[in-house]
Write a protein that binds this ligand. Structure first.
Ligand code: SF4
Length: 327
């Protein structure tokens, strides 16, 4: 049986101090506990951050919104400020997990959840560079239907499982963190990392850094946004492919756009070329079809997941169509 020390932090400094002594952060526990039960995670100490003052959603003077890292997924998705100005985020969060899990899981934890690659999740498989750096990657020549088609390389072909992160990328969110070197903000586009030489890392957090909040800048898209998730079972499954899009349309012309794919890479996969294809053009079916084609150019499917490229292309076209109609 795994034994570990447990400490309930009374302040952010207290939490940072515990982390500096080797403890791992613990919030909703919906991913960490599962991984501890299977032996993927074996922390010697946990520091519970549930009592910290990180549980509110606030309007910012800038016009944006700050979501505390301890806000549950359910409360974030259903908050009036989020629903009104960032419906794509609300949609994305509500498409993830189950009601019970969303009621426990926090938005900070959502960003920190680990991949659901089956080889990572089961220590009986020895070849997993993410779990054991240098051991290889069983998925490259094995079961890779659910894996990456962008940005993977050969060290790890896993995808990030968060729906919320894909929508955050579409609205250019900032991740606020506290750490041994003080507070800082990380643009969501630089928060997650591709595997490269360090497949064991999922993000750009420095050791001991703690997510304290997620800032949503004022969005030009508002209602004209959409999150589309395609999965094997609608009731409860991670995305095979997902798409978050936003459109700023004036006088029938797209002034700015966001197109972000999920379920296809180790990071939310923002497709600037597809956005450029939309901007300055009449917002119509032709433009959406062109953007969708561009969105999947350069894809590098594995032996079992070529279908994701077609699925992603069709999903981008459909999401753009729905976003435009929503306005
Ligand atoms: Fe491990 Fe990544 Fe390979 Fe999955 S894809 S087996 S997580 S190294």
């Amino acid at each position: 049986m795994l034994t570990f020390a447990y400490h309930r932090a009374t302040s952010i400094d207290d939490a940072l101090g515990a982390a500096a002594r080797g403890a791992r952060y613990y919030a909703g526990g919906t991913n960490m506990l599962d991984l501890m039960k299977t032996g993927v995670e074996t922390p010697s100490a946990l520091v519970d951050i549930g009592d910290l003052d990180l549980g509110s959603v606030q309007a910012l003077p800038s016009g944006g919104v700050l979501i505390g890292a301890g806000v549950t997924n359910s409360d974030a998705a259903n908050h009036p400020l989020v629903r009104a100005a960032y419906p794509v985020l609300s949609q994305a969060i509500l498409s993830g997990a189950t009601t019970q899990i969303r009621n426990m899981a926090t938005v900070g934890g959502n960003l920190m959840q680990r991949t659901r690659c089956p080889y990572f999740m089961d220590p009986a498989f020895t070849a997993c560079n993410k779990r054991s750096p240098g051991s290889g990657c069983a998925a490259v020549a094995g079961f890779n239907r659910e894996h990456a088609v962008f940005g993977a390389g050969t060290t790890c072909v896993a995808v990030h499982p968060s729906d919320m992160a894909v929508a955050l990328a579409a609205v250019d969110a900032l991740v606020h963190v506290a750490g041994p070197s003080g507070p800082r903000s990380i643009p969501i586009g630089g928060f997650f990392t591709l595997p490269g030489e360090h497949p064991e890392r999922d993000n750009s957090l420095a050791p001991g850094e703690l997510i304290t909040g997620i800032e949503l800048p004022p969005s030009p898209f508002g209602a004209r946004s959409w999150y589309l998730k395609v999965r094997d079972r609608h009731s409860y499954a991670f995305a095979l492919v997902s798409v978050a899009v936003g459109l700023d349309i004036r006088d029938g012309v797209t002034r700015s756009a966001a197109v972000v794919l999920g379920g296809v890479a180790a990071t939310p996969w923002r497709v600037g070329a597809a956005e450029a294809e939309l901007v300055g053009r009449t917002a119509d079916a032709d433009a959406f079809r062109s953007a969708a084609r561009v969105a999947v150019s350069g894809a590098e499917p594995l032996s079992q997941n070529g279908f994701k490229v077609v699925l992603a292309r069709n999903s981008v076209e459909r999401a753009l169509t729905r976003a435009a109609a929503r306005g």
